[in-house]
Every structure is written in C-alpha cells, then in structure tokens.
Design a protein around this ligand. Sequence first.
Ligand SMILES: NC(=O)c1ccc[n+]([C@@H]2O[C@H](COP(=O)([O-])OP(=O)(O)OC[C@H]3O[C@@H](n4cnc5c(N)ncnc54)[C@H](OP(=O)(O)O)[C@@H]3O)[C@@H](O)[C@H]2O)c1
Length: 330
Amino acid sequence: MRILVLGGTVFVSHAIATEAVRRGHEVSCAARGASGTVPAGAELVPLDRDEPGAIERLAGARFDAVIDVATHDLDWVRDALRALAETTGHWTFVSTINVYADTATQHQKTDGALLEPVTEPRRSAGGQLTPEIYGGIKVASENAVYEAVGERTLVVRPGLITGPGDNMDRFGYWPARFARGGRVVVPDAPEQPIQHLDVRDLAEWIVTAGERGITGTHDAVGPIRTLGSVLSEIAELAGTADVEPVPVAPEKLLEGGIVHWEGPRSLPLWAPSSHYGVVTHDPTPAAADGLVTRPLADTVRAALAEERARGLHRPRKSGLTPAVEAELLC
Ligand SMILES: NC(=O)c1ccc[n+]([C@@H]2O[C@H](COP(=O)([O-])OP(=O)(O)OC[C@H]3O[C@@H](n4cnc5c(N)ncnc54)[C@H](OP(=O)(O)O)[C@@H]3O)[C@@H](O)[C@H]2O)c1
C-alpha cells in the first residue's frame, strides 16, 4: 500500500510509520523534521503545516491510506482533508480519550457524551491548551474528517500511550526511578484504576486497520488494572535489590505541591478520582476489533532499556526530582 503519515518523526506517528515500513508498505511522512527523523525506509516530505497552503504540494497525490495525528490545530486537519480526502482510500485520525465530557464515570464506551467541539483554529486562538480545549479541538477534528471522508474514516481515541519514544516521560519515569534504587515515593492509592496502551500495539492496530479497511470510532485502550499492581510489577522488573517503595498519602502529596499524571513535580500514572473515567474505558470493543495488547512486562523492559540509554538521572518532563522526593520522605 501507499501510505502517508502526517507526522512520522516522533513517538506515535514514528511508531506507525515504522510498522508500516516493516510490513513492506511504501511510506511517506509529511513533517518539518524538527522533532526527529523518519524511520529508515520511509520518505520525508518536508513541510510546515503552520504555513498556509504548505500541504497543497501533496494535493491530488493518490494514497491508499492517510494517518493524521494533528494534535491541536483544526486548520491542519481541514487543510489536509482539502488536499487529499478525495484521492485517499482510508483515512485514520488519531484522536484522544480526552474527547469525552464525563471524566469520572468508569467503563464508558464510544457512545459517551463528547465535549463541545472547539472550531476556532488553534493557530489563531492562542492561549493555554487546557484538556478541555485539546479535547474540543479533537472533537471538531473528528467531525471534519467524517464530513470529508465519510465511511472511509477510522477515528482512534487512545488513552495513555506508553512504551519506547514517549516524549512526555509519563511512563518511563517509573522504571527509571525503581532502577535507581533506594526509597521511592509512590502514591498511597493502590486501588486506583489505570490503563495504558503500548505505542507499538497501537501502531500495529492502526496499520492493520488501514490494510483491512476497518472504519468507525474506537477507543484504543488496554486492560484496566490497579495502580498498586502496575507499580509493583514495574518495581519487580526494574528495581534494584535495595528498592523500597514508600507509600505517601495523597493529601500529603497535594500539600507538598505534587500534581497528578504529568509535568514537573508530578507522579505519573497517579490520577484523581474525578478522572477515573479517563483511565477505565471499556477495552473489550477494541480487543474484539483486533487490538492486541502485549504484557506490561514487555513495555517495562523496552522503556527501561531506553531510559538506561538516555541516562537514569537525566532531567525529565514528568516525575519527581531527587530533591523533591527527599523532601517528601523527611
Ligand atoms: N501521548 C499520549 O499518551 C497520547 C494519548 C492520546 C492521544 N494522543 C495523540 O497521539 C498523537 C501523538 O502523536 P505523536 O506522538 O506523533 O506526537 P506529536 O507531538 O503530536 O507530533 C506529531 C507530528 O507532528 C509533526 N509536526 C509538528 N509541528 C508540525 C508542523 N508545524 N508542520 C508539520 N508537522 C508538524 C511532528 O513532526 P516535526 O516536529 O518533525 O515537524 C510530529 O511528527 C497525537 O494525535 C495525540 O493527540 C497521545
């Protein structure tokens, strides 16, 4: 197949392009090349989607499948559709679990109520990209794809994506932290639900969907587990002999300015009960549609290998620094 990935230089879109090349497809990646390189065997079509009309250079090109990961710009989505929708067979839009309005109710499916679409293009909107605006832009983007491509549309809504190449450090923090050993602050929330999907499983499913013509809207999520069992397994696989997880009460973490999920002074994978719905979408429909999820151990080993290569002590976008952790352990 002739496949165009709008992206291809980092994490999710790079994994999709890698998998498509591995299966022998002819793969082009349209991106600036600023975030990284495209996989060996794929072609980079250099373009900047912020430049009005840039994607026009691809107009009329014939692709069997297009995969767009446009994160927060409706204009990007519209421009790509204008240039390519008519001449493309199958169109995948990578959306997000953040499109759902109800963040608390567990075991939702794709028929859950959505956020209001945010239709003003991000390029002109400016301002802070809150989860609501991010989700709203994704809702508007999904609508734009369905409008232009109709029944040939696949919308994929992933939850937390993990595995090699994670550019937000939302999972690798834990294998790296346990591998450094000693006393490790963990949230005292062992029963908190959590689900994730390895980026390689997501990529395999998206490429398969293009090959088989799978369409419609799907949550791309893995099995639901507890935070306690996930952290224990990571500690067992990655931890040194002297590792000692120290549960710290959520109230104490919050008082110390520690935030959930991601960012500086955060504990990745830790979620407030107001957001348990975001980490517990029903995984059975995607599994029935062919999404195969690998064991957590496989994700941990791959993330740990990458963390070791990048340096266990490197600064990270998410997690606690040793100094902040020491404060909490006093
Ligand atoms: N991470 C998660 O846990 C998670 C969860 C749910 C959904 N998602 C979704 O998964 C997708 C993640 O995609 P990703 O990992 O590939 O990362 P990304 O950070 O969304 O970047 C995607 C691609 O966009 C390209 N790009 C950025 N600015 C550009 C520009 N001005 N012109 C042309 N291309 C540009 C980048 O290449 P260059 O910079 O080289 O141009 C990159 O290849 C997104 O749709 C996100 O919403 C992620």
